[in-house]
Design a protein around this ligand. Structure first.
Ligand SMILES: *[C@@H]1O[C@H](CO)[C@@H](O)[C@H](O)[C@H]1NC(C)=O
Ligand SMILES: *[C@@H]1O[C@H](CO)[C@@H](O)[C@H](O)[C@H]1NC(C)=O
Length: 453
């Protein structure tokens, strides 16, 4: 069993945080910081500068975001405004607020609470909304290619792709976990009353194809369970934890098979190793701190410092701060610890979107972390809208309907001039903002210098 220690690198001042967030955007690997970026404008936390650059194109609050696994600069967001947007963060970070998404995906009739990129196929994005529908998009063409709108009768709490992206599993308010083949539009397995309590559940696929769930018992105890989707009758393992009421959010590392459980509002992270020997879910340890977490982000494996034997990095969201929590395995040797770092999912997509939609599957393409991860040059995300007159076969009727308004808008040419005017105006206002910000920053720097003295 693995021994893990941790340390906290606490950054207190909002100014430092601001810098920290910006460089996180620059390295573009940390999931929560960008959430914080999205959140800053929503929570109106006061002390964080209003002129702080954010990603803000939605007309409603952002409910979920997901970094693209195949491009460190691309991020998808789902919003209360019923749309999904995909953003390209500039390579050197956000210096100005980003208001123009690369693409807007319209198709949900209610707010979109979940967005999740396909693990191995480029440009395939899943979204789930409060309309109880799941839509799978080809982001490269802006098309909704799969619409699963008759499988869920109640709110979807969580959706997870399996390792090669052939299946998804969902946890829903009706207490069911469903395993779905999205391309066949078929439910291949389901479990009723996965956890009997009424409070929210989570379900995630593990690398070996089993499903890990968290939820509540009828007596409101927090539970975790392990299931084999080929036989969902009885769980492989079921553990009771305690009677706190924060939903347990699982964060999973497929390389070490460790699951970190962060309870909403808890101040601790408990972690477990999953093996194929009883009791299957082995408690390892608990990281504790004083302040409760409002949210938690998880750094992808390739963003970790292998020289320090770092095996996980979390970003804990406080009201105005984002605190990194770094978990390391204490080792004396300076050599690369290959037992801690088996080859991990790299940034190359194994398939193109079209191949996946046609039925192909592939496991993630693995990379070695032996010499650290050097981010490659990301290609720009380009969206090529299909021609409206290019008639598609009947199978795609639904997606044509979904895209109809956008396509009609594309057709109009006369709007271009007005648009140019608008852009010029915007450019001017951006210039003004830059000048203002420059002044502001130098003022703040002076103030900081004073405080530092
Ligand atoms: C499902 O829950 C897990 C754990 O909270 C989270 O990491 C993942 O992003 C969620 N998936 C979606 C699509 O919300
Ligand atoms: C993808 O995963 C599924 C489910 O675990 C498995 O049955 C299938 O063989 C895998 N396909 C490939 C090409 O790895």
């Amino acid at each position: 069993m693995m021994q893990i220690s941790w340390n906290c690198d606490y950054r207190k001042s909002s100014w430092r945080i601001r810098k920290h967030l910006l460089c996180s955007v620059r390295c573009a690997l940390c999931c929560l910081c960008i959430t914080a970026l999205f959140l800053v404008s929503l929570l109106q936390t006061g002390r964080i500068d209003k002129s702080y650059p954010t990603v803000c194109g939605h007309t409603g609050p952002v409910l979920d975001i997901d970094w693209c696994p195949h491009n460190d600069q691309v991020i998808a967001s789902g919003s209360e405004d019923c749309t999904v947007m995909v953003w390209q963060i500039p390579e050197n970070g956000l210096t100005l607020s980003l208001t123009e998404p690369v693409v807007v995906l319209e198709g949900h009739s209610k707010r979109v609470g979940i967005v999740a990129w396909h693990p191995t196929a480029r440009n395939v994005l899943l979204s789930a909304g409060c309309d109880n529908a799941i839509i799978i998009w080809n982001v490269g063409t802006g098309e909704a290619l799969i619409n699963l709108d008759d499988m869920h009768v109640d709110m979807i709490y969580n959706v997870s792709w399996n390792r090669n992206g052939s299946l998804i599993c969902t946890a829903s308010k009706d207490k069911k976990v469903r395993v779905i083949d999205p391309r066949k539009q078929e439910i291949v397995a389901e479990k009723e009353k996965t956890h009997e309590g009424a409070r929210p559940m989570r379900a995630i696929f593990l690398a070996d194809g089993n499903i890990f769930t968290t939820g509540f018992s009828r007596m409101s105890e927090r539970q975790l369970a392990l299931w084999n989707p080929k036989n969902m009758e009885e769980p492989i393992a079921l553990h009771e934890m305690d009677t706190s009421n924060g939903v347990l959010l699982p964060f999973y590392d497929p390389d070490t098979n460790i699951i970190y459980l962060c309870g909403k509002g808890d101040s601790s992270i408990r972690y477990f190793e999953i093996t194929d020997e009883s009791p299957y879910v082995h408690y390892l340890n608990t990281f504790s701190s004083k302040e409760p977490q409002r949210g938690m982000g998880f750094m992808p494996k390739r963003g970790l410092d292998v020289n320090k034997c770092e095996i996980a990095r979390f970003f804990k969201l406080h009201e105005r701060k984002c605190e990194p929590i770094i978990m390391t395995v204490p080792r004396k040797s300076d050599l690369f610890q290959d037992d801690l770092y088996p080859d991990t999912a790299g940034p190359e997509a194994a398939l193109e979107a079209e191949e996946w939609f046609e039925g192909k599957n592939a496991d993630p393409l693995l990379i070695s972390l032996k010499h650290g991860y050097i981010p490659g040059k990301n290609r720009d995300l380009k969206v090529v809208k299909k021609n409206i007159l290019d008639n598609k076969p009947a199978a795609n009727k639904k997606s044509d309907l979904i895209n109809a308004p956008k396509k009609a808008a594309d057709a109009s040419n006369t709007q271009n001039e007005a648009k140019l005017d608008e852009i010029l105006k915007e450019l001017k206002s951006i210039k003004d903002t830059i000048t203002n910000q420059d002044e502001r920053i130098s003022k703040l720097e002076q103030q900081m210098a004073k405080i530092a003295d």
